[in-house]
Write a protein that binds this ligand. Structure first.
Ligand SMILES: [Zn+2]
Length: 326
């Protein structure tokens, strides 16, 4: 038994996080240029992959919109292939209010849990499903995609790669953020990176989700921008040269594989203390949370906590447990 010294349920309160970046004015980008509002797509004469960068699939994660706005203002164009820059949940983003910044993650439902045929082709209606159905045709031709996100709860930045080896390789090749996590997604629905185009075993298209850092902070914007520049260079689309910022050196990336996804089974899921994402729990069988009466323990030594989410509603992912792969 390796219980923590002072077991007890940690009080779960949403962190009060200052909004230190301004919401960009996207009015000039709303029409798009490829028949889909908010979607900009540029095709080079030389053949090459179709690379897409997506932002604000969660409407309040405005850092991604800052980065795409910059790339569009700088008139970045691909030297080969095709580059698409896509503002996803425009309606939720339009309602972003710095006085209540967590309220606009979505309007009706999480747009990053809809990417399976059952939801996309089914009869259900919501603001997010309508938008996902609109964007789907564009994503159906994308070869490499980076989906830009930021985080509410304290965590080291990371790249989520889903289950395919090719996505893990893409995450490692991008290398910023440094930690790449191969995971099986959420019980609550498929993310854009889990969409069949990107995640099916036979496909060659690949997508990663960049969790670039804390919501609404300048270092998060800078990290996202580095991830985008690295992806564009890697794909051979855009050489970073002025006026683009230079690519900064980064430490070698690390791959971790999720060994267990903890989904809250009760309304009273609680961590035993205020864990931070990126923390490594040294000993197996350490008690980290209580889900009703059920004990949640680390399944192995050196257990990486991926995005622990206090105040998790029943049926949602509370934390993913992972192991570094050498
Ligand atoms: Zn997000």
């Amino acid at each position: 038994m390796h219980d923590l010294p002072q077991p007890g349920r940690a009080p779960a309160r949403p962190p009060v996080v200052a909004v230190n970046i301004a919401r960009p004015d996207l009015r000039r980008w709303l029409p798009g240029n490829c028949g889909i509002p908010g979607a900009w797509s540029f095709t080079a004469e030389a053949p090459g992959p179709h690379v897409a960068i997506t932002a604000i699939i969660h409407g309040n994660e405005i850092a991604g919109a800052v980065v795409l706005d910059r790339l569009l203002r700088l008139a970045v164009r691909p030297a080969r292939g095709r580059l698409s820059l896509v503002f996803c949940n425009l309606e939720a983003f339009a309602r972003f209010d710095a006085a209540d910044p967590t309220a606009t993650r979505f309007l009706d439902e999480d747009m990053n849990r809809l990417w399976d045929p059952g939801a996309l082709d089914g009869p259900r209606r919501s603001a997010e499903l309508k938008r996902a159905r609109e964007l789907r045709a564009l994503f159906d031709s994308v070869d490499m995609l980076a989906d830009l996100h930021s985080m509410l709860w304290r965590s080291d930045p990371l790249i989520l790669a889903g289950e395919t080896g090719r996505a893990a390789q893409l995450g490692l090749a991008i290398g910023v953020p440094q930690t790449v996590v191969a995971d099986a997604g959420h019980a609550g629905g498929r993310r854009l990176i889990d969409y069949a185009r990107f995640a099916a075993p036979g496909s060659t298209a690949t997508a990663v989700l960049v969790e670039a850092g804390d919501h609404w902070q300048e270092p998060t914007v800078a990290r996202m921008e580095q991830a985008c520049l690295r992806l564009l260079r890697l794909a051979g689309l855009v050489e970073p040269r002025p006026p683009l910022p230079p690519i900064a050196p980064a430490p070698p990336p690390r791959l971790a594989r999720v060994t267990r996804t903890i989904t809250a089974a009760t309304q009273s899921f609680a961590f035993l203390r205020d864990f931070r994402g990126g923390e490594v729990i040294p000993r197996a069988n350490t008690l980290i949370a209580l889900d009703g009466e059920a004990e949640i323990r680390t399944p192995h030594d050196d257990c990486l906590l991926v995005m622990p989410t206090p105040m998790v509603p029943r049926g949602h992912t509370a934390v993913r447990l992972a192991r570094f792969v050498d």
